[in-house]
Design a protein around this ligand. Structure first.
Ligand code: SAM
Length: 200
């Protein structure tokens, strides 16, 4: 999927509703005490970050698509002193309390690189919550020609990968089960989450 091409039309009713469901779920898992800086990894147009404006003093949206970021930054223009979308996180140095990421990792070829980048921006014992697609048979992205990502993830293998990259998983579970229509066919899918802590 070319996210730059999709950016302007990204905020459909279906995606807005699903983002609210996911954000509500994330809120139920986060202990907000002593946390002031959140980073959303793969923030897109900010459909998830939007629900956290009252919960953190600073929100950093990171995305590799400049067009998605354009929509993100326009959406939060009035909050631009504390909500900012960026396309590079190498300069953030161990300052982030919590990283959240929703529906991004299955698009990433080199997951180890991304986990390493996340580790660097997190404070000591910082938290990471990833929401993503459970392993599927390829149906979820069947309308995307040349899709190079992952057809979801096996939860146990994902937890192992986190561990290899310096994260201790504290919880894994189901976020939601849903259906979507693709080429007149109904596709069932489910999303899982992992809640992990940076080890050192
Ligand atoms: C399916 S969208 C999800 C957007 C948002 N998290 C949401 O739930 O509405 C995936 C997003 O991840 C971004 N993305 C994909 N690979 C990325 C990477 N390696 N680093 C940062 N962002 C990435 C895409 O540009 C896109 O905005």
């Amino acid at each position: 999927m070319n996210f730059n091409d999709e950016a302007k039309e990204w905020d459909t009713e279906r995606r807005i509703n699903r983002a609210k469901q996911i954000a509500d779920f994330l809120k139920s898992k986060i202990n907000f005490d002593n946390k002031s800086i959140m980073l959303e990894f793969g923030c897109g147009t900010g459909l998830i970050s939007n629900h956290f404006l009252d919960y953190f003093s600073k929100i950093i949206g990171y995305d590799q698509s400049d067009k998605m970021l354009e929509v993100f930054n326009k959406k939060f223009l009035e909050e631009k002193d504390r909500v900012i979308g960026i396309n590079n996180i190498v300069e953030l140095n161990s300052e982030v309390d919590i990283v959240i990421s929703s529906m991004v990792f299955h698009h990433i070829e080199d997951i180890n690189q991304s986990l390493n980048d996340i580790k660097k921006v997190l404070k000591k014992h910082g938290e990471l919550i990833i929401v993503d697609l459970d392993l599927d048979d390829g149906s979820f992205h069947s309308n995307e020609i040349g899709f190079k990502g992952h057809n979801g993830f096996d939860r146990d293998l994902f937890v192992k990968q986190l561990s290899l990259n310096g994260f201790n998983t504290i919880q894994v579970g189901t976020v939601l089960q849903d259906k979507k229509i693709l080429s007149n066919k109904e596709i069932s899918y489910s999303l899982f989450y992992v809640h992990a802590i940076k080890i050192d």
